[in-house]
Design a protein around this ligand. Sequence first.
Ligand code: ADP
Ligand code: MG
Length: 682
Amino acid sequence: MVTDILQKVTDLKGVGKSSAEVMRLMGIETLNDLIWTFPYRHEDFRLKDLAETPHNERVTVEGRIESEPVVLYLGRNKSRLQVQMLAGRHLIKLVFFNQGYLRNKLIPGAIVTVTGKWDKGRQVINGSNVVFGPKTDQADFEPVYSLKGKLTQKKFRQFMRQALDEVKEILPESLPNPLRTDYQLLSIQEALEGIHFPKDAHHVKQARRRFVYEELLQFQLKIQALRKIRREEDRGIAIHYNLQKVREFISSLPYELTNAQKRVVNEISKDLLVPHRMNRLLQGDVGSGKTVVAAIGLYSAVTAGFQGALMAPTEILAEQHAASLDEWLRPFGVEVALLSGSIKAKARRELIERLANGEIDVVVGTHALIQPDVTFRKLGFVITDEQHRFGVEQRRILREKGESPDVLFMTATPIPRTLSITAFGEMDVSIIDEMPAGRKKIQTLWVKHEQFNQVLSRMEKELIAGRQAYVICPLIEESDKLDVQNAVDVYQQLATVFKGKFKVGLMHGRLSAVEKDEVMRAYSEGKLDVLVSTTVVEVGVNVPNATFMVIYDAERFGLAQLHQLRGRVGRGEYQSYCVLIADPKSEEGKERMISMTETNDGFRLAEKDLELRGPGDFFGKKQSGLPEFKMADLVHDYRALEVARQDAVRLIQSEAFWHDEDYKVLRQNLQSSGALDGERID
Ligand code: ADP
Ligand code: MG
């Protein structure tokens, strides 16, 4: 008798050495591991009428074999078996690949139940599963697990059946009764049955509904607990800025702030005033004017006697920020300094000293800011621009150069709400969702490769008018696998075409940081007319004179990235253009190109990108900050996510959650997740 969910799977009947080994590789050692191994899909074995089955859909039919099977051998271990079958009124063909042994069983007169893909045009079922005899005791729905080695679905299901029977009665209910009743969710026992041994489609759906909600709720509880801890602690600093001075500064700006900028400035100011640590994400589309918002925040801190720091991912960006801040803030007596990686040793020593003794009020820099010998007298406010370019560790080091300074992260990647409340749920989020007035909308065109010459002459027109152009290519060297235009080739081609007329520069990832900066500087100073580049140019540089952007093989980029690239033009007073050169093969690729030509709205494109490519690809592979869910899907389950979030907010603030017996299991899970010790604040 098994009475413990932590009992080993090797205690189950029929689990031999090889099955045990396969399960071990799958991470399954105990009964608990086993029952929480969910199938990746369910096969629907309900009988269907072929007349009503759409082309290419999976279908199960029962019928009688009407001909001798014919097996064709197609080379090594490959074969194709074909036989006729009468399914209801339909005389169709069955085809099985590499299952020649079926020839002895699929004989005239045999009654079989076959599952496979229905080719309506050719009246063929490409069989994947066959049961000999009528469909009697085969289940309507069967889970399909992702298994390794020789372990069969059937065997695995037998183990699962035993395991569930053994532990069902001792499994604690993990979802509190009040919530289960409110949403009419299955009990943990019923839900596990529904996933592993569903009675019908409805059962699977209800089981999934419960687990999705539970998973999202647990995750949101963790995030909300983190927020609560941060809000209640008063280890942070209260920055009592001088409102009068800040107002004067804002009215000195050459333009009026947009309403969105005003709102965000207020949100940041409130955070500065209170003694909690600010942990805020500022999202604003490219060109929405985040830098000036940062400047207002930094100046506020300075008026209260604090120092501020702004970290940017590249030298050129840091330089641009330092120049803007200096221009805006110097008239107000603020000392702004740039700490770059290329600064000479002596100047650096001096700068570091002035930072340590408080002569410098605001410092802008790259990674150079987080060197160990860089210290502050009184650091109160820290901003990171393009935050996704920095690792968690780098952001932490900068933050720890002050005593619990307020922290603001800025990003130009619009993040769909579902992802933002998941990946950044423990932060407060401010959004600039409005562009400064008077911006000309960038005109975006999608053309085929064969139209390149027309693109060139259009580009030349802009260059003759004194404007500059970017040409973006996906990779720097030719690769057999990816038949892509490479930057070096394009550079040579354009350099030849424009010889004696315009200067063409080349930038790619193989250049050193110093070389890249040199090229970028030459371009921003107008010494280059055309910049051929890989995507290294993507991050926030501001060259207002650039009006023409060409993106080669645009179908290779995701929407978010295309939008970022496009954001390099349209930053000045001139009408700008973005030309996508692409011959996409897939429907999805075409849809991306069309979306780009239809909208300039980064948030809409981000939602579309998420829909087309899924959450995994949205942030890129590394450091996505997204948790892995067993059941929940951030795209399809966004309603559940929203509900779970609201419930978590409410629960964390309620007495019942922290004391009632009903919530004990949830509390324990939260405890063991580490959230209550303040993990994941970054
Ligand atoms: P991003 O949000 O992409 O970092 P920037 O801060 O570089 O955008 O701003 C883009 C341009 O818009 C800059 O030239 C900036 O001076 C200008 N700008 C910012 N706010 C306004 C505004 N309210 N009205 C007009 N121009 C603005
Ligand atoms: Mg910026």
